[in-house]
Design a protein around this ligand. Structure first.
Ligand code: NAD
Length: 294
């Protein structure tokens, strides 16, 4: 605990141009947050529809700020112009830092990370927003593992203060310092943590989901569990939280945790996340999860 809570003081050089890979729930949120705090960001995805969704989400969040009088139309336009949606790596030769936020799949991530590394300046920093996958393992796909570390945002990015900056075995101090600086420039509260499956927060959250699943297997009603946890003072219960996170993402993350901590995180037979995944009820992203969305 001491190690984790020790204040990180080193100053990294500022990030003037960022990029995010993936324009989904997290990539869109990272793009919005970077833009709103003044750092221009390229947002790359593999399909136009996803890019549009990412931009729509940023526009929606900015529209809320406009309504509340926190910015005017000119500032809104200026902010949205700081996000450059793209389907290519064309402009990646001028980025200082990249946040990878594609699907939670080790093989996809390794190949995307190796690909983007080839388009970035040699001294630029590459980070992954993975929820659970070891940074040391992901670094094995890279030519410059010293320039790589974890940068784990929480959902929704605009609201959640915490960012875990994960130190892989080969991450350099310069990579950590620059990532911490970027997190601060985005108005976030970074903590530097060592590498292991799930890092810090998800080592707490996934056992909680496990407890929730066990209650469902015992016959509990997920709506009642949500009400109880709200009564306990948490902003939302586990079923609603899983819908927000995305059941597909939670399913893949759960598998990484089970493999990483077989004694504590492996469960016999199917759990609620497995069942929902099989039913393709992915949560808010496809309008059906534990709850139904319009
Ligand atoms: P998502 O499914 O909403 O979005 C993933 C996006 O990646 C999609 O738009 C997809 O088109 C895009 N993509 C896939 N392959 C790509 C490629 N080769 N290049 C560029 N884009 C590509 O997923 P998400 O919830 O945003 O999760 C993204 C990452 O963030 C995952 O690693 C996840 O574990 C992590 N994360 C998620 C949450 C959460 O609550 N959802 C929280 C923290 C971290």
């Amino acid at each position: 605990v001491k190690k984790v809570s020790k204040k990180y003081e080193a100053q990294g050089s500022p990030v003037k141009q960022a990029a995010v890979l993936g324009a989904g729930i997290m990539g869109g949120g990272v793009a919005y947050q970077s833009a709103v705090k003044g750092t221009p960001i390229l947002m790359k995805d593999i399909n136009q529809g996803a890019l549009q969704l990412g931009l729509d989400e940023a526009n929606k969040l900015l529209g809320k700020q406009l309504k509340r009088g926190r910015l005017d139309a000119a500032k809104m336009a200026k902010t949205i112009n700081r996000i450059t949606p793209t389907l290519s790596y064309g402009d990646f030769n001028r980025v200082d830092l990249v946040v990878e936020a594609v699907v939670e799949n080790i093989n996809v991530k390794k190949s995307v990370l190796a690909e983007v590394e080839g388009h970035m300046p040699e001294d630029a920093i590459l980070t992954s927003n993975t929820s659970t996958i070891s940074i040391t393992e992901l670094a094995k796909s890279l030519k410059r593992p010293e320039n790589f570390c974890g940068m784990h945002f929480f959902n929704p990015v605009a609201l959640m203060p915490l960012v875990e900056v994960i130190r892989g075995e080969k991450s350099s101090e310069a990579a950590i310092a620059r990532t911490v600086s970027y997190a601060k420039a985005m108005g976030k509260t970074p903590i530097v943590v060592n590498d292991c499956p799930g890092f810090l927060v998800n080592r707490i959250l996934f056992p909680y989901f496990g407890g929730f699943s066990a209650l469902l297997n015992d016959g509990a009603d997920f709506r009642k569990i949500d009400k109880v946890m709200e009564g306990f003072g948490w902003p939302m219960g586990p079923a609603y939280l899983l819908d927000v996170v995305g059941i597909d993402t939670a399913y893949h993350a759960d598998a990484v945790m089970a493999e990483g901590f077989p004694d504590r995180m492996q469960h016999e037979g199917e759990n609620a996340i497995d069942r929902m995944f099989k039913l393709e009820r992915f949560g808010q992203k496809n309008s059906k999860g534990f709850y139904q969305y319009e």
